[in-house]
Design a protein around this ligand. Structure first.
Ligand code: GTP
Ligand code: MG
Length: 365
């Protein structure tokens, strides 16, 4: 049995973690959490960490013992400098809470890159965890809607750079902007993105923890996540009535299945494909041939096949050699920083001009 730790940081990370816990309670309706027990496909420990007590209170499926409040007002207001300070002041408490959960074979960290708490805690937490644990740490980093404002863009740019510098096992991107298509309103889009991400992570955990017909394992996952620039995307596809296993595999890395946009044929560095389904659909020769074809473009492709009495589903993980979408995001972040600096300079000058009117005057009473 694999021992897995999942940490959800800040509001976004907390909510994706809550979606994981929701899935673990089964889809038995609103009351499932009161009468059933969490069932994970491995030994999974979860902790939601946040500076804002209200965000923690808002969680529905995360047990009280799995909520860790790091006291600081009502969050750090998207300020990463404050966030880092709060983390450092509470580091021992956070690490000791994690330590109580035992040892781990694999660690996931969920966070948004754009807010203050999660995005500042994540790189520092990776640094600290690496001192104690040898388990690979996979960060699931959520990028903002691009119109959310200049501070969120700046935070994303610096958070991602720091995260990659800390060399976790890997960073998988989830792009709110790209996934906006899921729903018309933000709340529904968040819910869909969170549950989709949660299910994919649980799918991966289930596969790594199962006996497979064709085997891929934690070692392969480490190798895949270590590929390219250490940043990647996740794809998924569930077979329809008339898809064969080849079209199901290919479907998993079509744009509609990815959580972050990428052309995996031109930019993919390494990949892992996990194929799950009823034996009658699993043509092993066709699977091998399809994977070989993909390997011509993407250097190394690991495959795992899991037999389960259900319609075939494929999860694909890719690390990337180049990430054009991030280039655009960093250019936009740089523009946003310059624009803010300019504005601040102008306002300062304007204020100084205003003050200058009374330079040689004193109040008269
Ligand atoms: N996918 C998804 N994104 C979310 C969710 N909640 C917030 N976000 C995104 O997360 C970013 C804001 O970060 P938060 O996680 O709210 O910030 P925080 O870490 O709590 O930090 P502070 O509130 O500043 O202390 C924005 O880009 C939001 O669009 C969610 O439930 N799902
Ligand atoms: Mg918050």
């Amino acid at each position: 049995m694999l021992n897995i730790l999942i940490l959800g940081l800040g509001q976004c990370g907390n909510r994706i973690l809550d979606a994981v816990n929701h899935e673990a309670f089964g889809r038995g309706g609103t009351f499932a959490k009161y009468y059933s027990r969490q069932k994970f496909p491995a030994t999974v420990k979860t902790i939601a960490i946040n500076t804002a007590i209200n965000d923690l209170k808002g969680l529905e499926y995360t047990l009280a013992k799995d909520r860790l409040h790091v006291p600081h007002l009502h969050g750090v207001g998207a300020n990463r400098t404050v966030g880092k300070q709060v983390f450092n002041e509470n580091k021992e408490m956070i690490l000791s809470e994690i330590d109580k959960r035992g040892t781990f074979d694999l660690i996931f960290i969920f966070t948004s890159t754009a807010g203050g708490s999660g995005s500042s805690f994540a790189p520092l937490l990776v640094e600290e965890l690496k001192k104690t644990y040898t388990a690979p740490i996979i960060c699931i980093a959520v990028l903002p809607f691009r119109e959310e404002g200049s501070i969120f863009l700046q935070n994303t740019a610096f958070c991602l750079r720091e995260l990659i510098d800390m060399k976790p096992g890997g960073v998988l991107l989830v792009d709110n902007q790209y996934l906006k298509k899921y729903a018309g309103d933000i709340k529904s889009a968040y819910d869909r993105i969170n549950i989709t991400t949660a299910r994919r992570v649980l799918f991966l955990i289930e596969a790594l923890n199962s006996e497979m017909l064709m085997v891929t394992d934690l070692g392969d996952l480490k190798t895949v996540m270590n590929g390219g620039v250490g940043v990647g995307t996740m794809g998924f596809y569930e077979a329809s009535k008339d898809s064969n296993i080849k079209s199901t595999i290919l479907g998993s890395f079509k744009p509609s299945g990815l959580l972050f946009p990428a052309n995996v044929y031109t930019d993919g560095a390494r990949a892992m494909l996990i194929i799950k389904g009823d034996k009658k659909y699993l043509d092993l020769d066709l699977i091998t041939k399809t994977v070989e074809e993909l390997s011509r473009d993407v250097g190394q492709v690991f495959k795992g096949v899991l037999v389960k009495k259900e319609r075939p589903k494929v999860l694909s993980l890719f690390t990337l050699n180049s990430v054009p979408e991030l280039d655009k995001l960093y250019a936009a972040a740089a523009d946003a920083i310059r624009f803010e600096m300019d504005k601040r300079d102008k306002s300062k000058k304007q204020l100084n001009t205003a003050f200058s009117h009374i330079d040689d005057l004193e109040p008269i009473y």
